[in-house]
Design a protein around this ligand. Structure first.
Ligand SMILES: Cc1cc2nc3c(=O)[nH]c(=O)nc-3n(C[C@H](O)[C@H](O)[C@H](O)COP(=O)(O)OP(=O)(O)OC[C@H]3O[C@@H](n4cnc5c(N)ncnc54)[C@H](O)[C@@H]3O)c2cc1C
Length: 376
């Protein structure tokens, strides 16, 4: 049975953050253009960082508050309650930041972490390739190695925010050993380095959030290798665990926003069938949130994020799609207009069951690594 209990300390933290938000109102940028979102988002994240409200679960020595993922999620919840735009530097905050704290060298921590917190540096994730998505270990992007560092050549795809990012955390092959998972290395790449070409890709929603990224003998100094050469797979998995837990929690709150809007649109004369569907989605979202909290409480007690994050990711992304589909029913024929926000959100939601690992892959992880069922 699920037991949901948030400590008094955590609730006091929530009150303090609410108090801060009263005199630091979030900007309105939800429907802004990408360049406006970046401009406003950078200033807003800097303001939050100034108040020490970003990366609160990071250790104090790296600019956090040494709190837990529960307090981190409280920050996210309160931001949503105040209708804040999504934080600009989410990939840095939820993926590469925690990974550097765990696996990075002292100088990498010193060089990168504070700019991740303040939002001065935006990071993108260079994992997927045309022939390596679900089967990530099949990546072909190669790095030639010499005593100074690495020379990367190859192609990445679906790289979100590569066109606005200062840095990329990149997985590439540094040796051709038989075992696919071996011979991969994890590099921190400055996106201004000569030899990088970024081509935006237009999505079904009309946004161009993600890109193709081409590397032609791109030099990466040896100080930018995370962990050992050839240990990239272990670090990539650690990144994906954080992505499926911490980033998913932040994304999960998008359901909250969508549901709240539907509740506001629900009037006494709204169709009974629609009301019933909305009630079902609300109940499902509460259950998913409770499960996410259960996991977060485990991490706060010292457990590292593991395969159970696939449950959060799968349940959230599928329920988000279903909420967005319900919104189309509320909108009726209005949803057919090109600029309709319900249609835009629905089209955006389609990618959520693919990004960070498809639903099929999450189901396999749950079957094999959470439930312990035999591999097919
Ligand atoms: C909005 C969005 C943002 C993204 N952002 C990034 C990013 O910033 N950085 C990045 O590196 N990547 C990013 N991705 C890429 C994402 O991680 C991949 O799309 C995803 O891992 C799937 O890989 P693929 O597209 O190559 O599909 P494939 O792996 O080719 O899969 C195609 C289909 O086959 C199914 N399939 C494949 N293998 C199996 C299997 N073993 N068992 C059962 N079914 C299987 C899949 O479920 C899917 O339905 C993003 C994707 C989206 C949609």
């Amino acid at each position: 049975m699920l037991r949901l209990s948030i400590s008094t300390c955590s609730e006091e933290f929530r009150t303090a953050f609410r108090h801060w938000l009263q005199s630091n109102q979030p900007p309105k940028a939800n429907d802004a253009s990408l360049s406006e979102f970046v401009r406003v988002g950078r200033a807003w994240q800097a303001q939050l960082a100034q108040g020490n409200w970003v990366g609160v679960h990071w250790p104090k020595e790296f600019g956090g508050r040494s709190l837990t993922l529960v307090e981190e999620s409280i920050v996210q919840e309160e931001l949503v309650r105040m209708r804040s735009p999504q934080l600009l530097g989410l990939f840095g905050l939820t993926m590469v930041g925690p990974v550097l704290i765990k696996h990075g060298s002292q100088s990498q921590k010193q060089r990168f972490l504070s700019n991740i917190l303040s939002g001065s540096d935006i990071w993108c994730q260079g994992f997927s390739e045309p022939g390596a998505g679900s089967d990530l270990a099949a990546i072909k992007t190669k790095a030639r190695v010499d005593e100074k560092g690495f020379y990367v050549s190859g192609q990445k795809i679906w790289t979100s925010f590569a066109h606005i990012a200062q840095y990329c955390f990149l997985l590439c092959r540094t040796s051709d050993e038989d075992e696919k998972h071996r011979g991969l290395s994890y590099l921190l790449v400055d996106m201004k380095t000569p030899g990088i070409t970024v081509r935006p890709l237009r999505q079904i929603s009309g946004d161009d959030e993600f890109n193709e990224v081409f590397f032609d003998e791109v030099f990466v100094p040896k100080e930018n290798l995370v962990g050992e050469i050839g240990s990239g797979w272990k670090i990539a998995i650690s990144t994906l665990m954080y992505e499926r837990v911490v980033l998913t929690f932040a994304r999960q709150l998008q359901s909250e926003v969508a549901l709240r809007e539907l509740l506001e649109r629900c009037k006494p004369d709204t169709d009974q069938g629609l009301k019933r569907e909305l009630a079902k989605e609300l109940a499902r979202a509460c259950a998913i949130r409770a499960l996410a909290y259960e996991h977060l409480l485990g991490y706060s007690a010292g457990k590292s994020p593991g395969p159970e994050g696939s449950l959060d990711k799968l349940l959230w992304s599928e329920s988000f799609q279903s909420i967005c589909k319900l919104a189309l029913k509320f909108a009726g024929t209005e949803a057919l207009r090109l600029d309709n926000p319900d249609m835009h959100r629905y089209l955006y939601s389609r990618g959520r069951t693919i990004a960070a690992g498809t639903s099929e892959i999450q189901r396999s992880i749950i079957a094999e690594r959470v439930l312990g069922l035999p591999r097919r």
